[in-house]
Design a protein around this ligand. Sequence first.
Ligand code: ADE
Length: 225
Amino acid sequence: MKIDILTVVPGLLDGAFSHSILKRAADKKLLEINVINLRDYTNLPRAQVDDYQFGGGAGMVLMIEPLVNAVESLQQKSIYDEIIFLTPDGKTLNQKLANSLSLKNNLLLICGHYKGIDQRFRDNFVTMEISIGDYVLSGGELAAAVLADSIGRLIPGVLNDESSALTDSFQDDLLAPPVYTRPEDFRGMKVPPVLMSGNHKLIEEWRHEKAVERTQLLRPDIFKS
Ligand code: ADE
């Protein structure tokens, strides 16, 4: 899978994908992430990409021309399954959406900055709008990093243990159960004995019970009986 990210602040994404699981995904050639500078696609002096909004009002708007130049140039090399604009107006990201996007081959993520981007670009070029939550960030870059991470780890073969994505929180509308590691007893705080029993059936039942308990308590809104 390839994820291209178009931004005016490429530095914000420096290093975001060169560690841990996404680095492993890149090393295994399962995921390629390219950060593309929108300023490379403007013909205006001082690499201008934004301008005042028509009708007045505070805040600069990303201009349609560099955005279209960039998209059309990138489309010479890639056929995108989705062109995604990160915005608080978008559909809220959840595990189901991440799962469905992890099945695509080519995604282009567009990061807004300043007041927003020209609506004509959204109307005519963007195929999907995604928000990472009901709060406003300074730009779409951190949201794009969150989205790319949530998708990248789901690509088959990226996680060592295939089942580990399947037991993540939300994967079956349940939060994940608690986990423990050595030592078995830390200052009198003990690991639940069932986990030391070696009885896999009992352990699975206990984990499910704890996941249900946790979900009912912490996220009653997602709990389905
Ligand atoms: N850009 C600014 N805020 C955002 C959010 N909450 N989600 C996605 N993109 C954004």
